[in-house]
Design a protein around this ligand. Sequence first.
Ligand code: MN
Length: 252
Amino acid sequence: MLILVTNDDGVRSPGLRSLASALGELGRVVVVAPDRNRSAVGHALTLEHPLRAEEIKPQVFAVDGTPTDCVNLGIHGLLSRRPDLVVSGINRGSNMGDDISYSGTVCAALEATLMGLPAFAVSLDADRFSSENLVQATSFAKKLAARIIDNGLPEETFLNVNIPAGPCSGVQLTRQGKRHYGDSVVTSQDPRGRNYYWLGGSEVGFEDIPGSDCNALQQGAISVTPLRTNMTNEKTYAEMERWSLDSLMGEF
Ligand code: MN
């Protein structure tokens, strides 16, 4: 059993260390992770410059690239063979609802899935890691990994897992929910009198959608969401067949 572990918080993250150590009980673990925090880089792939990978410890590679770079480089370049499973995390902070498309953690799992490998992302709903809050997340991630090793996952499908920091009321199978972010941009001036802008207003809430990832976490449950790589909206496709798109050709 060969397991590739990555994250977006960087190779030194306690969340990654805890995950890699636990998964080591299931098989051989190779860590290929960004050399620094690359949170919220989404599915970015580095094509304009070369990548460097430094083996900072045996089987632990620090890459000066994105989480997606790490999965790609790990599978095509650093690992001796294709891994049996790819796990991304444990992320510091949850990745639910709209976070999914921003999240380097989730997109690392997406990348592995696009490469035809079973994968999941795991995030802890906490601003800080502690040995206490990591225990639950790590233990669940390990059990889920064992289950996936036994059962596999359907093609083009991966799992997004979010784990509460506090006491856990159960595990819910969920759907991607909807977050609300603050809409402000922080504007200030640098010492040379030029404006700068800081994006990323904090989360101000979420839509109350029963069965969603956000609701599960609010109820103190672990959330497991099956995601797909193919984003085609079948319902809209069926409706748009009536649009006669071909007729737009005449307007050029
Ligand atoms: Mn992160």
